[in-house]
Design a protein around this ligand. Structure first.
Ligand code: C2E
Length: 978
């Protein structure tokens, strides 16, 4: 064989070689028997090796040169040989030679399908010669290779198309799954199935990479050799997988494939095997653009299963789609998750809103209930109605079939149950505070929500004595006001269907405050009502009392009024009443043409004598009888009034003419003249009557009374027991009086009054001991006027008081200016004694004038002592203490007895001139007896006696002889100015 190989190759066509022929036939036969490219390649390679000059031969082929080249026989080819094959494949003539190597293109298609015969020639053999020599073989080889390559190419195309179709289906399936309803786990299982359909993928995992966290999550992991499942939701940091295959896939972003030793070469650094070692491993990164989003890995633990580059390409291709599908699914899931979350959030919101709505509705219900309770508190309903209404309101808020209100008594010792509704228990009666559950609640002073078991426990713990049926649910709230527990409000349920909770507790607590407030308000209102009622009662009582008092007062007032308007002795109207009535009658009369009324002024003649001689009681009886008789002389509406003392007046209305009053006056005179009984004694008296007809001249009641008085005065003057009618002459007198009054006013204002002093002499030695200050009016026209000329008018119009005070002051001042030891006596009118402060005023005046009070004495008439005797006595006593002594003047003219005078602090007695003037006359005897009696008694009482009006020496001597100490009279000295 070596020789044959080294034989010199014969050029083609230079001669026939039978072995060559045989070889060609056999070769053709082999080629025909070879149905596919490897077989044909083997046949070509085997025949080529038999060709002269060929030491070695092999055939390289590929359907897409220079990729996926295969060789027959299968040898590992050096790069030089492959380069030579490539050069031949690329050359136009389809041949390439290098040294002893020759490459001949057997077939070449544009799409890369082709085959190259690669031969190593024997040493010394020329490549061109050998090629020439092998031409018949290579022609056959080319023909057959073209045919089988074409078939192979077609098979390859079919396979590729099938693969492409499979891949297409797989991608569709992946895309479908991404949009399917499948959940992620099912989808991952589906992806696994799809990948398994494309390649061996019994062990398969998908890892997702999160760049932001630099972490891995093995969302799908199936490994027959690794029983430990990996939680698909756990993110592992890349550091945990550092330098593992997965780590390299992510970090380098390149596929890795092969057994472990091959993989070690493929990675960029050290490799750490994680998990069981596998004979073959294929991992591809899942890319989104250039960014690694995860990895797909398949691995085998079976020796006869190996992954190919096609698998790798396929997995890479599928990987990107899986990545898309996963992201889509994840996006979808995320969307769904978000939708679900949003839905949950919305549901939560709806729940919250519903809760709020519920709460608000509950609040509104509560508000309405509270409003109703508040309304109740101010209503006037009874407490029973109030409690019933409260129950109804509470019942509208919670189940309150069993409901009661307990209240502590004001002193806190008893428990009352003003309201109690219960399906089981009878209404409890009021009781002293004991050991009931209500008492426990009150002790607790806070809400108690208890189940039957709770109640039993409390009972066992001795918190209360159970006296009834355990309720299934018991809710009690104390009614409190500030820190004070007023009572409790309780609802309870005997049914397991109704149980109270915090909501009911809260609500009842809320309501309890309102009820407590309402109770308090109601109690306060009740207390107020009670207070009002009590007040009203008190007011009514007081009113009744006051009414009684008013009635009493009215009676008193009426009595007082009567007393004020009537005379207490005779019960006749008094001066005030008469004046009032007279004014009204006058007012009426002014409207008529004719005078229609008359006034009769009556004075009991010599009444003083009756009074003084028979005593006041008899005098009073006389006056009462006179009143009766006067009243009998007139009829309604005539008025009989007592003006004072023994003076009466009668108002006669509707008189028409003077005849009527005249007749009446006459009747009066006749009636009064009739004898009358007084204290068992028969008395006969008379009356003087003055008649004044109502006239337009009269402006006031006083005018009429004045006229009637003037007429009466004239009747007196004319001899008494008669009547006089006021006429023109009297009118003139009145006018004179009026003029006098005017002059008096003028005199007062111009100091026309002056004191004249008349000496009071000690009769024994004619020595002057004092002076009586006598009033004189230094009238500018009429000269010096004595009191008799004006004093009555002054007394009537009241000016006498002012005149007196003026005179008293002048008298005291003058007397003091004169000096000496003499005293000065002042005549004090009875009018002054009506003033209770007369003593003080006199003393003040004396003090002002500078005179020693002991040098001042006062004279008062008997009449003064009769009116207000105690007041007079007090004044005299006060003056006496101050040194001012008092004298009773004109003694004997009145009817007062010495025993009466004795009651007053009087130090002097002046015997009236009328007794003195009779001395030395025929009537001397009587006067002497009286003077002697007066002197005896006066001396026995320690009183100084002064005889007045001594005009003759005879009188003086007689008085001396009678033992009279002092005297006064023209004989001893006339009144003279200082
Ligand atoms: P009376 O107090 O009895 O005064 C004595 C009166 O007798 C005085 O009259 C006096 O002048 C008068 N008289 C004195 N001696 C004789 C006499 O020998 N013969 C006669 N015929 N008369 C004598 P008068 O001054 O005219 O006073 C009259 C009355 O007027 C007094 O009586 C007295 O009651 C009153 N009177 C005098 N002065 C005042 C006075 O200042 N105030 C008051 N209220 N009344 C006075």
């Amino acid at each position: 064989m070596v020789e044959s190989r080294s034989m010199v190759l014969q050029p083609e066509g230079t001669g026939f070689d039978p072995s060559e022929e045989t070889r060609l036939v056999e070769f053709a036969g082999d080629l025909m028997e070879s149905a596919d490219v490897p077989a044909v390649a083997n046949a070509i390679a085997a025949t080529a090796r038999t060709l002269p000059g060929c030491r070695e031969a092999l055939v390289l082929w590929s359907l897409n040169w220079p990729g996926e080249r295969q060789s027959a026989p299968q040898l590992a080819l050096s790069s030089e040989r492959l380069a030579l094959a490539d050069a031949a494949f690329a050359a136009d003539d389809g041949r390439a030679a290098s040294g002893q190597a020759l490459a001949l293109t057997l077939h070449r298609e544009d799409d890369g399908a082709g085959a190259v015969l690669l031969c190593r020639l024997d040493r010394g053999v020329d490549a061109s010669q050998a090629e020439q020599h092998w031409r018949a073989v290579t022609r056959l080889a080319r023909l057959r290779m073209a045919a089988v390559l074409e078939v192979a190419r077609l098979h390859d195309s079919v396979e590729r198309m099938e693969q492409a179709e499979k891949l297409q289906r797989a991608l569709f399936a992946i895309a479908d799954m991404a949009g399917s309803e499948l959940d992620m786990a099912d989808m991952l299982r589906g992806l696994h199935r799809i990948v398994g359909g494309l390649m061996y993928a019994e062990n398969f995992f998908i890892a997702l990479y999160d760049r932001s966290r630099d972490a891995l999550r093995f969302i799908y992991y199936v490994d027959t050799a690794d029983p430990d499942a990996i939680d698909p939701d756990t993110w592992f940091t890349m550091a945990q997988f550092e330098r593992t295959l997965s780590w390299y896939l992510i970090r380098d972003g390149r596929p890795l494939m092969g057994p472990t030793h091959a993989l070690r070469k493929q990675v960029s650094g050290k490799l750490r095997i994680h998990g069981p070692d596998s004979p073959d491993w294929l991992g591809v990164p899942m890319l989104r653009g250039s960014e690694v989003r995860g990895a797909l890995v398949v691995q085998t633990y079976v020796d006869n299963v190996r992954f190919s580059a096609a698998d790798q390409a396929l997995l890479s291709f599928v990987g990107s789609h899986i990545c898309t599908a996963l992201e889509r699914k994840q996006g979808q899931e995320e969307l769904e998750r978000r939708v679900a979350q949003r839905t949950r959030e919305l549901a939560d919101t709806v729940r919250v809103l519903n809760a709020e709505v519920d709460e608000r509705q509950r609040g509104e219900r509560l508000q309405a209930a509270l409003f109703r309770i508040a309304e109740l508190s101010s209503s006037d309903d009874s407490m029973d109605v109030f409690y019933r209404s409260v129950h109804s309101i509470v019942g509208s808020l919670i189940v309150a079939r069993n409901f009661y209100i307990a209240l502590l008594s004001d002193d806190g010792t008893h428990l009352h149950f003003p309201y109690h509704v219960d399906e089981v228990e009878a209404a409890p009666v009021s009781r002293p505070l004991g050991r009931g559950v209500t008492e426990y609640l009150l002790r607790l002073a806070k809400p108690l929500l208890a189940s039957a078991a709770d109640l039993a426990r409390l009972h066992e713990a001795g918190e209360y004595d159970n006296a009834g049926t355990y309720s299934e649910s018991w809710l009690g709230v104390p009614l409190t006001a500030g820190d004070r527990v007023l009572g409790a409000i309780v609802v309870q349920s005997y049914s397991a269907d109704v149980r109270y909770g915090w909501r009911e507790q809260e609500l009842l607590t809320f309501v309890s405050h309102q009820i407590a407030n309402s109770l308090q308000r109601r109690n306060a209102a009740q207390a107020l009502r009670d207070a009002y009622a009590s007040l009203e009662q008190r007011v009514a009582d007081r009113t009744a009392e006051l009414r009684e008092q008013i009635a009493v007062r009215e009676k008193i007032e009426q009595r007082l009024k009567h007393e004020v308007m009537h005379d207490s002795l005779t019960q006749l109207p008094n001066r005030g009443y008469l004046r009032d009535r007279l004014e009204r009658v006058m007012a009426r009369a002014r409207r008529s043409a004719q005078p229609t009324f008359a006034v009769l002024y009556c004075d009991v003649d010599r009444f003083k004598i009756i009074n003084d001689s028979l005593g006041h009681l008899a005098g009073d009886e006389v006056l009462k009888e006179v009143a009766r008789r006067l009243s009998s002389c007139v009829r309604e509406p005539d008025v009989v009034a007592r003006l004072g003392g023994d003076e009466f007046a009668i108002l006669i209305e509707d008189v028409g003419s003077a005849e009527v009053p005249i007749r009446i006056a006459q009747r009066i005179i006749d009636v009064i003249a009739m004898p009358m009984q007084a204290l068992g004694k028969e008395i006969q008296t008379s009356t003087s009557v003055g008649v004044a007809m109502g006239d337009r001249r009269h402006h006031s009641a006083d005018d009429v009374l004045r006229d009637a008085d003037a007429a009466m005065y004239r009747a007196k003057k004319a001899g008494r027991h008669r009547f006089e009618i006021f006429d023109e002459a009297l009118n003139q007198q009145v006018m004179d009086v009026l003029e006098l009054e005017s002059e008096l006013r003028h005199a007062l204002a111009h100091g026309e009054f002056a004191p004249y002093f008349q000496p009071i002499v000690r009769l024994a030695d004619q020595r002057v001991v004092g002076y009586e200050a006598l009033l004189r009016w230094l009238h500018p026209r009429r000269g010096v006027l004595a009191p008799g000329d004006f004093i009555r008018v002054a007394e009537d119009n009241g000016s006498i008081e002012a005149i007196d005070w003026q005179l008293f002051e002048l008298a005291c001042r003058t007397a003091d200016a004169v000096g000496g030891e003499h005293y000065v006596t002042l005549n004090v009118s009875p009018l002054h004694f009506r003033q209770p402060d007369l003593d003080q005023r006199l003393l003040a005046m004396i003090s002002r004038s500078g005179i020693d009070p002991r040098r001042v004495r006062i004279e008062l008439t008997e009449g003064t002592l009769l009116d207000k005797p105690q007041q007079v006595s007090d004044v005299l006593e006060c003056l006496r203490v101050a040194g001012v002594l008092a004298a009773i003047d004109d003694f004997g003219t009145g009817f007062s007895s010495l025993s009466y005078i004795h009651r007053f602090p009087l130090q002097m007695l002046k015997i009236d001139r009328s007794f003195v003037s009779e001395l030395g006359t025929a009537r001397e005897a009587g006067s002497t007896a009286v003077i002697r009696a007066i002197l005896t008694l006066a001396h026995s009482l320690g009183m100084e006696v002064i005889a007045e009006g001594i005009e003759t020496e005879q009188q003086r001597d007689a008085l001396l002889a009678l033992g009279c100490d002092h005297g006064q009279g023209f004989l001893l000295g006339r009144p003279q100015p200082i």
